[in-house]
Design a protein around this ligand. Structure first.
Ligand SMILES: [Zn+2]
Length: 332
């Protein structure tokens, strides 16, 4: 029973943490577990609607958008540089990008050359403090990421596969700038409690000095698109890492000012004014949302006049001296 609960959690947690973890730790465990144990688990799909909006919507003319939103910053996109922003919202360009890498001896893990140099320094410093870091994943090619997603797709179907693994071309690991770390005793591997292990604690405190930042902090899923991963760190260089600490930037998205985008309200469209009858007791609201203040409740069977304004399923109606919004689902 314990296993059945644990494995899906492990899978969900490993969204961007694959290759080595996968082959050495996850795959054997998976083989022992029936597919049905994991497949029905509906991990929340972390695609905030606000972030799926293309930048051009920030300047939708019909909206009273604050001027600074119209000039939404463009984050760095060059994957050969340490400041690049890569996520499901900002895919790699080109999507098959291959970095220049260097192998970390004794691990088989490859990292972008500067990241490798920085990692060696970090690992040596940790060792000096009595903490042995196990480097479990670094650069993953487009092809290997595709292989993982294809395998998950075969097991679970594509919808679930893409919840637990990044689509090829959108994984930060493909830049060679990201590392997944663990403890040699595998304590809390790929779990939230990793944060409380010696390596987790040491990294949280010291990684920025060596240019690495915690990429997927707790509570930032709606911004990064990835759930909390206390084992995944991203090289951005010491200057930027320290600046992020100083500015208290929770994520790269916050640092680049792209942590959220305004969601454009549906544009009101004109319809012909007419009379309708309510089919239930309906709330007349100030605005065209269920969160908007209720002006009054109009009784079933009441005739109301449509003003002609419409917003999604909402229509603006006049009743007596009041004008407000009502769901068209209760009008005929
Ligand atoms: Zn990772």
């Amino acid at each position: 029973m314990r296993k059945h609960v644990k494995i899906p959690a492990l899978l969900a947690a490993s969204a961007l943490t694959l290759s080595l973890w996968f082959t050495s730790w996850v795959a054997p465990a998976l083989a022992a577990v029936p597919v049905t144990a994991a497949a029905p688990v509906a991990a929340p799909l972390l695609v905030p609607s606000a972030l799926t909006i293309a930048p051009q919507f920030a300047v939708a003319p019909a909206l009273a958008v604050a001027p600074q939103l119209a000039k939404k910053p463009v984050p760095p996109r060059n994957p050969a540089k340490a400041d690049v922003l890569v996520s499901k919202f900002y895919p790699l360009v080109p999507k098959t990008f291959v970095p220049k890498t260097s192998t970390i001896s004794g691990t088989g893990v490859r990292l972008q050359t500067t990241t490798a140099t920085a990692y060696r320094k970090l690992a040596a410093a940790a060792k000096k403090d009595g903490v042995s870091i196990k480097l479990t994943s670094g650069y993953r090619s487009y092809a290997s990421q595709k292989q993982i997603v294809d395998q998950y797709t075969a097991w679970y179907g594509s919808a679930y596969a893409l919840r637990i693994a990044a689509k090829p071309g959108t994984s930060e690991h493909q830049t060679g700038l990201s590392i997944d770390v663990g403890n040699y005793n595998r304590a809390c591997a790929l779990q939230d409690c990793f944060a409380n292990t010696p390596v987790g604690k040491w990294m949280a405190k010291n990684a920025p000095k060596y240019g690495f930042v915690l990429r997927y902090p707790k509570g930032q899923e709606s911004v990064t698109g990835v759930k909390y991963e206390p084992w995944h760190f991203r090289y951005v260089g010491p200057a930027q890492a320290n600046a992020m600490v100083k500015k208290k930037s929770k994520t790269l998205e916050h640092y680049y000012g792209v942590a959220s985008a305004p969601k454009p309200a549906p544009k009101p469209t004109t319809v012909t004014a007419t009379t309708k009858t309510t089919t239930a007791n309906v709330n007349l609201r100030q605005g065209a949302t269920t969160g908007s203040a209720i002006l009054m409740t109009v009784k079933k069977g009441t005739k109301v006049t449509l003003t002609g304004k419409k917003s999604g399923v909402w229509v603006q109606v006049k009743y007596g001296a009041k004008t407000g919004w009502m769901s068209s689902a209760y009008l005929r």
